[in-house]
Design a binder for this molecule. Structure first.
Ligand SMILES: [Zn+2]
Length: 553
């Protein structure tokens, strides 16, 4: 009989734990078991140490691990993230502690000196308050001849040196007279030429595709590997990529092929990102491509790495006044959704006919209503369609989600009061009362999938659950603001959304997402108190994937 799970084994008894069992009604408290047996990667028993099953497992040479009262939760599944960007963000030079332009420059300079072989220098963590005079490309030009790219902490702006700007313009075919993309700005100098700063939509539509394109295959594989490691360390065993395309799929599959035809310690489900196009044929051809990949990579062939559906970004965000609202913003702006409804109907119908799931990004109430209408007409419950973000839904639409079996894919970290300071000014206090109506979605019977939208927000699951259940700030814990407390989820609703709900949303609930006999032994061991106020202090100690420990603190 082994003493501890120091070596991988296919038969383990976990004793003296608090093993989380979803209550039948998630407004109730969790049910906790003390003992779990795992064999050949699956959960074979949950109960108490006195059970006959446990005694015979112990006799048959199973490794016994004493949990010393720690909590065991199902492995977290991030319901919405951007895999390659997460990985790339992890390897960037951190500027968070800088206070001035000089600090930033000297930090980049020492990185450049220590890393003579990297072809480009990527940085993160810049805030505008470090550079109150404003910035442009020239300010970075005397540091290093290589292209330099600097992201703001919130990822809503990117600043580059002249060499970097040249490369962006070349690769993305941008000229001095290229217009700003929808919902974004390319900052200009006095002559109207781009000056090296990209904001909002220009980051997502120009910088991110640029970075994905110029990174080498090796760099991308390395980024994906670091994302998997970081997510295992945070307690994740699964993730749903919400903007998959060829530039990410290719390295992901190559990485998988190199590691015995199996991703290591992580399951990925992906939605293929639809790119806007004036030609309906070109739009529908993208659905064909997704369907082709889904026929090759699905639950039967590659359960750890699947292409499950298509994703359409139907509007922008409130802060940039690009989310489409039924009433104008306070400044008079009143943008339409980014995709017209008459294109979404054939797109969704075709995806449904091809067996694909559909995920629609909809933040403003006008877009949300349109998204629900389109899903209602062209797909159905059996396909588990979903809507991403749902930040400003009307009460009527909140109720429709459950009735239509539409998963509410929510990112509680986006409802952190520290990042909503502009909302009252942009949409007025009245509409702010409808913000992030998570509890209404749940009460209306909508399946919930919780995600982080990393790297646009931090990916740690326990802080995400804290914001979901307290509606308070995790970024600035001292902040007294509570965002519409009546919409808070219970701890069990939030835990379910971040585990079983995310699995359910992509048809993975048959093998992961809960701690039940017969499912994969995907779980986290943590020191945590499962109450709204305390959950944030929890610490993930170990992460297990298919019965093997893949992370230990
Ligand atoms: Zn996203």
């Amino acid at each position: 009989m082994g003493d501890d799970a120091a070596t991988p084994t296919d038969h383990t008894v976990l004793l003296n734990g608090q093993i989380y069992q979803s209550p039948p009604d998630s407004s109730l408290s969790p049910v906790l078991a003390s003992c779990m047996v795992i064999k050949d990667g699956n959960i074979s028993h949950i109960g108490s140490e006195q059970d006959e099953f446990v005694a015979s497992a112990k006799q048959s040479e199973a490794t016994v691990k004493n949990l010393h009262g720690q909590t065991v939760l199902p492995g977290f599944i991030d319901g919405h993230l951007h895999l390659l960007l997460v990985g790339q963000a992890l390897t960037k030079v951190a500027l968070d502690h800088c206070k001035s332009l000089d600090d930033i420059k000297s930090e980049i300079k020492s990185y450049a000196a220590a890393n003579p072989d990297v072809s480009r220098i990527f940085c993160k963590g810049w805030t505008h308050s470090m550079t109150p005079e404003g910035v442009n490309a020239r300010l970075l030009d005397d540091i290093d001849p290589r292209p330099i790219f600097v992201d703001t902490k919130d990822l809503h702006s990117t600043w580059c040196n002249s060499r970097g700007l040249e490369e962006i313009c070349h690769v993305m075919e941008l000229g001095a007279d290229s217009p700003d993309p929808p919902g974004g700005t390319i900052q200009r100098d006095a002559d109207g030429k781009p000056n090296g700063v990209f904001n909002e939509g220009a980051v997502f539509q120009t910088i991110w595709p640029f970075v994905a394109r110029v990174a080498s295959m090796e760099e991308k594989k390395e980024a994906i590997r670091s994302a998997f490691n970081a997510f295992n360390a945070a307690g994740y065993t699964g993730m749903i990529d919400m903007a998959m395309d060829e530039t990410i799929w290719e390295p992901l599959i190559e990485l998988r092929n190199e590691t015995n035809g199996q991703l290591q310690g992580m399951r990925v489900a992906a939605y293929w990102l639809m790119k806007p196009d004036d030609s309906l044929d070109n739009v529908l051809a993208q659905v064909d491509r997704a369907a082709e990949l889904a026929r090759e990579y699905n639950a039967e062939t590659t359960p750890d790495c699947r292409l499950v559906g298509v994703k359409v970004i139907c509007d922008g965000i409130i802060d940039a006044c690009t989310a489409s609202l039924t009433e104008p913003y306070s400044n008079g702006e009143n943008p339409d959704p980014l995709w017209p409804e008459h294109v979404l109907h054939p797109l969704v119908a075709k995806a449904h006919a091809a067996g694909l799931q559909v995920a629609l990004h909809a933040i403003g109430d006008k877009t949300i209503r349109m998204a629900i209408d389109v899903l209602e007409k062209n797909t159905d419950k059996s396909r588990r369609p979903r809507i991403e973000h749902l930040e400003l839904a009307s009460a009527r639409d909140a109720r429709r989600l459950g009735r239509l079996g539409i998963t509410a894919s929510i990112q509680p970290v986006h409802s952190d009061p520290a990042i909503l300071r502009a909302w009252p000014r942009l949409i007025g206090d009245g509409r702010c009362k409808r913000a992030f109506a998570y509890r209404e979605f749940a009460d209306g019977g909508a399946p919930l999938a919780l995600g982080s939208d990393a790297p646009t927000a931090p990916h740690q699951p326990l802080p995400n659950l804290y914001v979901a259940t307290t509606r308070r700030s995790c970024r600035e814990p001292e902040l007294p603001a509570v965002v519409n407390p009546e919409f808070a989820l219970t701890v069990c609703q939030a835990v379910a959304g971040a585990t079983h709900g995310s699995a359910y949303s992509c048809f993975a609930d048959g093998w992961t997402g809960s701690l039940k006999v017969g499912l994969k032994a995907d779980f986290v061991v943590c020191d945590v108190v499962l109450t709204p106020g305390e959950i944030v202090k929890g610490v993930v100690k170990e992460t297990w994937f298919e019965g093997k420990r893949v992370f230990e603190a």
